[in-house]
Design a protein around this ligand. Sequence first.
Ligand SMILES: NC(=O)c1ccc[n+]([C@@H]2O[C@H](COP(=O)([O-])OP(=O)(O)OC[C@H]3O[C@@H](n4cnc5c(N)ncnc54)[C@H](OP(=O)(O)O)[C@@H]3O)[C@@H](O)[C@H]2O)c1
Length: 303
Amino acid sequence: MKIGFIGLGIMGSRMAGNLQKRGHSLIVHNRTREKAEPLLSHGAIWADSPAEAAAQAEIIFTMLAPTHAVAEAALGKEGFLPGFEPGRLWVDCSTVDPSFSREMAEAARAHGIRFLGAPVTGSRSQAALATLVFWVGGAAEDLESCRPLLECMGNRVAHVGGPGMGAALKIVINQLLGTGMAAFAEGLVLGESLGLSRSVLMGALLGGPAVAPFLTFKRERIETGNYGPADFPLRWLQKDLHLAALSAYDSGAAMPLTNVAKEIYQLAIQEGHADDDFSAIYDYLARNAGAKRPLSEPVEQPA
Ligand SMILES: NC(=O)c1ccc[n+]([C@@H]2O[C@H](COP(=O)([O-])OP(=O)(O)OC[C@H]3O[C@@H](n4cnc5c(N)ncnc54)[C@H](OP(=O)(O)O)[C@@H]3O)[C@@H](O)[C@H]2O)c1
């Protein structure tokens, strides 16, 4: 099957690579062509625009951010929807808000194209190892028609519901990632201000009931202060908190914690952390919210 893949960033490049490793022919497009080179050197065909990709592909995957880049790829001046043969399938794996995903489903339908919103859980290494989880919103028969392709890129494919429902679940997950990361960072700052060493805090908290399991994988970054290259860029985590806030506005849910966390990430972006891994929120808070007057010098404590 000829697969069009648009968006070859951290995630898309690795997902497309796994389709290629499993023997699929790729037609690829990315705003920055050089990111396509590894795929091109293994036989992928370059398309100068999304429209050019659609002219040759039997199915199209998109993996883009921010949200308007998805709309532009589909419906912009050189967008793929108008030239894509009716009856074909578009699978959008980008993290977008549910109402946008439903809008894209409707735009696709107007062009006779089938649509699935299939955002993923997992980051750089899960994308590389093909262990992503797909949260799919759309028609069950459309999912079944592309399930083998999703299984080249992930090890779990969940049908969440109709259009927009995969996006809804993904937004909830990232709302928890964003607030959980910020809360943990603030907890570290508090503990350190009280004289607890970072290693005691990490040893006591990580793997315990008070913090989320994903934080264990952020330990090394926080301990070394090495936040690049990002697994998940802080700017996209802030984007997802914004999408959660927008979605909550639509649904009437109040999101006080999410909105405060979103603004903390915005402040970190303004301080230069946009392209860092989102765990750099610790660095931002430690610099700006850390105690100016430690209660005591840190003392050696048993782990
Ligand atoms: N990284 C993660 O851990 C993770 C996990 C799950 C889901 N996601 C989601 O996956 C999607 C891609 O994220 P990523 O982590 O792969 O980020 P990334 O490396 O920054 O990739 C972003 C992609 O969007 C393209 N893009 C950005 N602005 C554009 C514009 N104005 N017009 C056209 N294309 C544009 C980029 O093109 P260039 O290469 O030219 O910049 C690149 O292909 C996002 O929706 C993100 O929320 C990420």
